[in-house]
Structures are given as C-alpha cells and as structure tokens.
Design a protein around this ligand. Structure first.
Ligand SMILES: Nc1ncnc2c1ncn2[C@@H]1O[C@H](COP(=O)(O)OP(=O)(O)OP(=O)(O)O)[C@@H](O)[C@H]1O
Ligand SMILES: O=P(O)(O)OC[C@H]1O[C@H](OP(=O)(O)OP(=O)(O)O)[C@H](O)[C@@H]1O
Ligand SMILES: [Mg+2]
Length: 288
C-alpha cells in the first residue's frame, strides 16, 4: 500500500559515501524503509512505502533538492550552507556531528583577525568566503578536495578551515584550532522552501519518531499513593504519565517516557521516594 496520496513516489536523496552514509542508511531502515544492500546501487524504489531513494554524493544533495529534481534529502548542515543551494533545513538528525574550524601551526595563530592577508585552504569555500566577507577580512581562499591538513606543510597555505570531529587529524599534522568554531554541523533533512511533496510529512514524522525513540526510554515503577505526586513530578512524561491502581492496596503503577540521558539518576531518585520495581525499556519508534 502506498503512503502517498497521489501514488507518485517521494524522491529522497541519501548520501552514498562518506561519514553520513552508514548512519543515514541505518536510520532509514529503522524507519521501516528498504535500503540498498550493494553500495554500487544508485537508486532503490520502495513501492510499499511510496518512496524512491537516490544515492548521491552528500555534497551534491542540497543542489539536487534545491533545483527541484528531488523532493527531500539527507546531508550535512555544513554542506548545505557551503552549497549556497536554495534548500532549507527541515529536521536535525543527531548524527554526523562535527565542528567547522580554522587551524594553523601550533602557537602561530590565536584570533581570526590574524587571517587578514593569509592563504587559507579548505574544501568549504562557500562557508569560509561568507565568514570572511561578514568580518571584512581579505584573504586568499584555495579550494582543495581533501587531506586539507597537509596543505600547510606542503607550502600551499598558512591556515586551513576544515571539519573537526575528534581532532586527531589536526594533531597528527601538528596543527591546532584557533578562534570560535565557524559552525556546528550534523546530518540534516533538507527540502526546498515552500515545497511539501506528497508523503514528505510522513517521511519527516517517521524520522522524528525514531529520533525521539533514540533519546527517550519508557520508565515503569510502582509506588505508594502517598508519594505518587512527588514521583510524577520527576517523571511528567510527554502528555502526562499513566497511573493505574495495583492489586496491592494503596499502591499504583506509573508509566512515563523519560529522557534516556538522565534515566539512571532518575531511578535513584525514585528509589529514594519509595518507588520499587523500577524498569526502563527501549522504544524503537513513536508518533507523539
Ligand atoms: N570525521 C569526519 N570527517 C569528515 N566529515 C565528517 C566527519 N564527521 C562528520 N562529518 C560530516 O560529514 C559530511 C562530509 O561528508 P563527506 O562525504 O565529505 O564525508 P567524508 O567523511 O569527508 O568522506 P570522503 O572524504 O570519503 O568524501 C559533513 O557534513 C561533515 O560535517
Ligand atoms: O577530527 P577528526 O576525527 O580527525 O576528523 C576530521 C577529519 O576527517 C575528515 O577527513 P576525511 O577522513 O574525510 O578525509 P579527507 O580530508 O580526504 O576528506 C575531515 O576532512 C578531517 O580531515
Ligand atoms: Mg572527507
């Protein structure tokens, strides 16, 4: 059964390679979509769900979506901004997190004002150009495809601007970051402003449901009536917690979604209030 109203498949761009590719495929599978098994496959139609996937270079995805060829796509926020494409961010996806930063030889630079007149190497000329223009800094920006960190030792640049995740590539090149991060990036869902293709809302909701399920757990516990108000104040849930009577006189069972991050601390606090039989369970998908 198709989930689109017109029967026209929703056309979705997915990273085919690089840091975002595996996580994008994983979240789409969790959302109940078919995904390719062969990394050479360029497209895949999931008739049951009324969608068609196009596996593309993440750097090109904002352009395809912005030009109207594809309805929606997954790419990096930094790549979206760098592209200058007419696409907008619809939902942050929580994976592929990185910072985009300037770096130079250790001890050489301390502030972005020192970029005046410098030679900067980067794969993200759009992001760097906009940053410099905003501050009225004049510098020479050279575009490289990758391994940008080597450009300083090889005499092509004084400074690099690149994606930093763990920082280990910079350390190995004898470089250090300086100035504030230019931007914080993660994988994002992008679409054309004002364009809401049939099925795109269902697609967005499925992704949001899996993201919520990743960041929340279901918590169950039993507690005496006298302490239930204090306990539900700690576990207010999304709408409101479910409270049901137990067979044991004067006791109730409480069920509520709680943020995964603080779940262990919450269990300690509930135990302190007299709650017993405290359980947490993973959620795999939800619509809230
Ligand atoms: N450690 C990382 N290295 C590079 N990009 C990363 C990293 N972590 C997250 N990202 C994000 O991945 C996207 C870059 O996609 P890209 O396809 O260029 O990945 P890549 O890992 O550099 O792959 P490749 O170098 O093989 O092309 C950006 O949005 C970037 O912020
Ligand atoms: O902070 P880190 O964890 O070290 O990760 C950041 C590095 O990873 C990426 O390089 P990639 O492996 O994509 O190679 P590339 O430069 O050839 O694209 C990025 O361009 C940085 O060089
Ligand atoms: Mg790379």
């Amino acid at each position: 059964m198709s989930t689109t109203t017109e029967g026209v498949p929703l056309r979705i761009a997915v990273p085919n390679k690089g840091s975002l590719s595996l996580s994008a495929t994983e979240i789409l599978r969790e959302c109940g979509y078919r995904q390719r098994d062969d990394s050479k496959q360029l497209t895949l139609t999931d008739i049951e769900n009324g969608v068609e996937f196009f596996y593309l270079r993440p750097r090109d995805i904002a352009l395809y979506v912005g030009e109207g060829t594809l309805d929606i796509g997954i790419t990096g926020r930094d790549l979206l901004l760098d592209s200058g494409a007419k696409a907008e961010e619809l939902l942050a996806l929580g994976f592929g997190r990185s910072r985009f930063r300037f770096a130079g030889p250790i001890g050489r630079f301390t502030a972005v004002e020192q970029l005046q007149g410098a030679r900067i190497a980067t794969s993200y000329t759009g992001v760097v150009g906009a940053f410099l223009a905003e501050r009225g800094i004049e510098a020479t920006v050279t575009r490289l495809d990758g391994a940008v960190e080597s450009s300083i030792a090889l005499g092509v640049a004084d400074v690099v601007a690149d994606v930093v995740e763990t920082g280990s590539t910079l350390r190995q090149a004898g470089l250090e970051t300086f100035g504030e991060p230019i931007l914080e990036s993660e994988a994002v869902l992008v679409t054309r402003p004002g364009h809401r293709a049939d099925g795109s809302e269902i697609f967005r909701r499925r992704l949001q449901g899996v993201l919520m399920a990743r960041s929340y757990v279901m918590m169950d516990y039993d507690i005496e009536d006298a302490h239930v108000d204090a306990a539900v104040a700690l576990t207010p849930g999304i709408e409101s917690p479910t409270v049901l009577p137990l067979h044991k006189e004067g006791w109730v069972a409480v069920r509520a979604m709680v943020p995964r991050a603080g779940a262990q601390r919450l269990m300690d606090e509930l135990w302190g209030l007299g709650a017993r039989g405290i359980l947490t369970t993973d959620i795999h998908a939800c619509r809230l």
